[in-house]
Design a binder for this molecule. Sequence first.
Ligand SMILES: *Cc1c(COP(=O)(O)O)cnc(C)c1O
Length: 401
Amino acid sequence: MTARTSEELMKKEQRYGARNYNPLEVVISKAEGIWVEDPEGRRYMDMLSAYSAMSHGHRHPKIIKALKEQADVLTLTSRAFFNDQWPTFAEKLSKLTGKDMILPMNTGAEAVETALKAIRKWAYTVKGIEKDKAEIIVFAENFHGRTISIISFSTDPVAKDNYGPFTPGFVVVPYDDLAAVEKAVNKNTAGILVEPIQGEAGVNVPSDGFLKGLEAIARKNNVLLALDEIQTGFCRTGKTFCFEHEGINPDLIIMGKALGGGILPVSAVAADKEVMGVFQPGSHGSTFGGNPLACAVASAAIDVLIEENMSERAAELGAYFMEGLKKLNSPLIKLVRGKGLLIGVEMTEAAGKARKYTTSLKEKGLLCKETHETIIRFAPPLVITKEEIDDALAIIKEVFV
Ligand SMILES: *Cc1c(COP(=O)(O)O)cnc(C)c1O
């Protein structure tokens, strides 16, 4: 039987789908811009944006056009051959990042794995670290994806428990603590992997100067600095990349999510020749990485960010939204923090679990998601307008009084 109503569809998913998510009770069957709709025709404002992958808004016309046009000519070649889309996309992303070379993958986790591999290979072939001794410094409460190696250095028991044995070679230090990083560096340190803002941890914004300090430690000790910009990149925080707020020049830039324009999984790592040059034919790869369909979509996604001044929009509207949230003076809100349109609202202890509030917001037509039970993340598509933010604030006010 074909399920049609939200009720039926949710029941079917619960029956046949693995339970590795706990979604809000809303079924989305249609979307445009910042709006999504369920099978019953109820409309909701999307304030999660698929964890920042939907920065361009749902079905951005220019990106959909690129998708359709490319689908009519060529979709997949594998990297056994050249194709006519990857070179242009690589050039575009190289110019955007200011890095010599790009390695394309699909999901964010794959791009993180790629960066870890590059760091290790560089450690042995360039820096001269003893075989199998390379260490990479990472941070408590990190989120870099779901592979076994990546969760090996997670500090979240929910993400990690019962998946061992784990990949060695990672040293976890507290976030936003330069002294701890300095202490952890030794002759076997190959790299530092960091999120410029910890999104999944609850929009943890580090102190000013943290990234600059990491860069200084990396330079002083001949260690590579890798920035995971999968959630923060592509204008989300008010700059093309979040690290630009501190004017640093990381060795590796890891990208994903919004790079796919909200349509396809597209991820990539950007680095200069001295680092990316460690990869030889056969030493790393992906069947779908760099496929022409994804490259055409991602190229259009980058063009749209630039043409529509998404950085300025995110900076301006983010400040406006955050100010509005603070002005609610809600007794349930402990703290509002963030950068650009990546905003976290930490609830007070008295408020109880955040899920209660995300459910009420959904009932009133606003979709967002709690993270770690006490924090609500607001990260709307960057195409949102000031008037729509006012509408959102009015709904939030009703729920948070
Ligand atoms: C989402 C995310 C990832 C993982 O990306 P996937 O596409 O889900 O594999 C990695 N790092 C950060 C910071 C993320 O937000």
